[in-house]
Design a protein around this ligand. Structure first.
Ligand SMILES: [Zn+2]
Ligand SMILES: [Zn+2]
Length: 102
């Protein structure tokens, strides 16, 4: 009953790089993907991101994966800095209007 479980992503054949869709065959999509890989030889080792320039890959790694790698290290040397604005707001004193005496 109901038909087979057809993957929607495969059926649509969406390019995971640029999001282009509408490929008739899977082969067309694969050939299209080659144009991406050929133009972007620098593959990110952490995710499917590719860069045309080494500089761009370095920037991507720094932006996307540096925080993750630091977190995986256990946060050594980078303790959570509690940046709390310690504003002395005496709420218990009521909303008294402070008049600066000058
Ligand atoms: Zn594409
Ligand atoms: Zn990446």
């Amino acid at each position: 009953m109901g038909g087979g479980a057809v993957s929607v992503a495969v059926a649509l054949r969406v390019c995971s790089v640029c999001g282009k869709m509408g490929f008739r065959r899977t082969y067309d999509l694969q050939r299209h993907m080659l144009s991406h890989t050929a133009a972007r030889p620098f593959q990110c080792p952490h995710c499917p991101y590719r860069a045309a320039l080494k500089y761009n890959l370095d920037a991507h790694m720094r932006l996307k994966h540096l925080a993750e790698s630091l977190a995986s290290l256990g946060g050594r040397g980078a303790q959570q800095e509690q940046q709390r604005d310690q504003q002395s707001c005496d709420t218990s004193d009521g909303g008294r209007n402070f008049t600066g005496v000058e």
